[in-house]
Design a protein. Structure first.
Length: 61
């Protein structure tokens, strides 16, 4: 199995409700920035996966 196929086999789709932000995340956004990001995703789509740990904490919000 190639590294790319291995990675693809590990991708899962989760509902938004299953994710919650990591409290110690160094990347923070204001509510205005979150709104701008959401508008961009609605307008252009979103192709980058959100990386989450086994504990379901993610580092993107």
């Amino acid at each position: 199995m190639t590294p790319q196929n291995w990675l693809i086999s590990k991708v899962e789709q989760w509902p938004k409700a299953k994710l919650f932000p990591y409290a110690r995340n160094a990347r923070t956004r204001s509510q205005a920035q979150v709104g701008q990001i959401a508008a961009s995703i609605k307008g252009f789509g979103f192709t980058n996966p959100i990386l989450a740990g086994a504990d379901q904490r993610c580092c993107v919000f």
